[in-house]
Design a protein around this ligand. Structure first.
Ligand code: ADP
Ligand code: ASP
Ligand code: MG
Length: 442
């Protein structure tokens, strides 16, 4: 059990996702991994997710009793899932002869803003975790949750109010990264049910290849466009605080995917991955008056309702005096909130009715090499066209092309693009993680 003195010991944060703690055996396996790290002389903090489908079940439970659950109470409910995992894992670790202590997000010092169900971490007060680590304990932290505080001014001062908050779906990743940043951990290991970050969701594309590394820039675009393997905010947080993420399998010991700076990844593959999302919805506002400030008014109304707007398309009307149409996508679960937020604007701005379509999805290509290679968009649209997939909206960034398509077309679109850009098992040299050719080139 004895490792090097704590000032020499490295610190590791290990995060286990829902599948990795789903049943008793998996909890035991996760506990064993945690203990192995401790026995290797590391200071170990483990962040656990709720078991299996617990969070989904808790959400369903809320809707069984109530059509519009109060967000504060929703957080109170949802935060219980990760606490169960932590308490159970602590019991196993203690039985293995080590000393573990489980903490809620609040006890672990995770301070967030007050946006229930989508809170952002504003501070991590590590004193309690540090004390436990100094005492040689293994610390287990309930992921996905914090305690609310109101921000006082621009200097980052805040006042704690102490309501339970949650960090949005997939938020345990962000808990882990934030703790890793605050402790100055050597690495934040994200243990999950796949072996790392792949060239496409392996559930949809069986021959998707594991990436040995991916740049923050690419991973940000991937997470933002549906690669749920790492929550978007966790990647942002890691980039902003210089945290090293290693995303890997909780079922085997092989190396996973490192998320690194672009300098460290060394190369700019044309296309790194195809990502997708389903359960999107489109909102179209018609006959918007063509004058300054209208788009700002629309987006402010949505921001106040905490609706995340994704792709926005607006065209300048062709001739003087004509009105404009604006379309944008939102997560389907936010569609009602969006409609409610926008309804007052129909009268206020004198616009037409709000049209919505809940059956949308999105497919995106991400790759740092797109910056310097034109032609990816043309090929993307041609491939989709030949596959009979109609593109409903398009947006691009320097390293991403996204197409909104019908949700039913998403699997075909992803597979065809993955094939056409040669991203499969044969396109990626897995044995040479740092070599110049480990990913497909233009
Ligand atoms: P956890 O419960 O461990 O947090 P998640 O379900 O949040 O796991 O994330 C892992 C899942 O992400 C995988 O099972 C996989 O289906 C999905 N996924 C989507 N896109 C990708 C991708 N590009 N690479 C790897 N996994 C992906
Ligand atoms: N349990 C939460 C969810 O299912 C958080 C997480 O797993 O990261 O979204
Ligand atoms: Mg997750």
């Amino acid at each position: 059990m004895a490792g090097p003195p704590s000032e020499l010991a490295s610190t590791v944060v290990m995060k286990f996702g829902g599948t990795s703690v789903a049943n008793a055996d998996r909890i035991r396996d996760a506990a064993q991994r945690i203990v192995n790290a401790k026995e290797a002389g590391q200071r170990v903090v483990a962040v656990l997710s709720a078991r299996g489908k617990t969070t989904d079940e808790l959400i369903s439970m809320a809707y069984e009793v109530c059509a519009r659950p109060d967000p504060r109470e929703m957080d109170m409910l949802l935060s219980t899932g990760e606490r169960i995992s932590c308490a159970l894992a602590a019991m196993v670790i203690n039985e293995l002869g080590h000393h573990a202590e489980s903490l809620t997000g609040s006890q672990a010092g995770i301070v967030t803003d007050e946006t229930h169900t989508k809170a952002r971490i504003i501070d991590v007060r590590t004193d309690r975790i540090e004390r436990l680590l100094e005492d040689g304990k293994i610390v287990l932290v309930a992921g996905f949750q914090g305690t609310s505080a109101s921000i006082r001014g621009d200097d980052g001062e805040y006042e704690i109010h102490g309501n339970v908050t949650t960090l949005g779906r997939g938020g345990s990743d962000t808990t882990a990264v934030a703790i890793a940043a605050a402790l100055g951990a050597d690495v934040c290991e994200i243990y999950t049910d796949v072996a790392g970050v792949y060239t496409a969701d392996p559930r949809l594309v069986p021959d998707a290849a594991k990436l040995s590394m991916v740049s923050f820039e690419e991973m940000l675009e991937m997470s933002a466009s549906g690669a749920g393997v790492l929550q978007l905010r966790s990647v942002e947080y890691a980039r902003n605080h210089g945290v090293r993420i290693h995303c890997r399998s909780s079922f085997d010991d092989g190396p996973g995917t490192f998320v690194l700076t672009e300098d460290e990844t060394m190369e700019r593959p044309l296309v790194t991955a195809v990502t997708h999302s389903t359960e999107d919805a489109r909102v179209t506002l018609t006959q918007l008056p063509d004058r300054p400030g209208v788009a700002g008014r629309v987006l402010s109304a949505l921001a106040e309702a905490n609706v995340n707007v994704d792709m926005i398309i607006q065209n300048e009307p062709e001739s003087e005096g004509r009105s404009a149409d604006m379309s944008f996508t939102v997560p389907r679960e936010d569609l009602e909130a969006a409609r409610t937020a926008l309804q007052p604007l129909v009268g206020e701005l004198g616009m037409g009715e709000i049209a919505t379509d809940p059956g949308m999805g999105k497919v995106s290509l991400v790759g740092a090499g797109m910056r310097t290679h034109p032609g990816v968009a043309a090929k993307t649209f041609t491939v989709l066209g030949e596959a009979g997939v109609n593109i409903e909206m398009i947006s691009t960034s320097p390293i991403k092309i996204s197409c909104v398509v019908r949700e039913d077309d998403v699997p075909t679109a992803v597979r065809e693009l993955h094939r056409a850009f040669g991203l499969g098992e044969n396109g990626v040299r897995r044995e040479d993680p740092r070599g110049p050719d480990h990913r497909p080139r233009a």
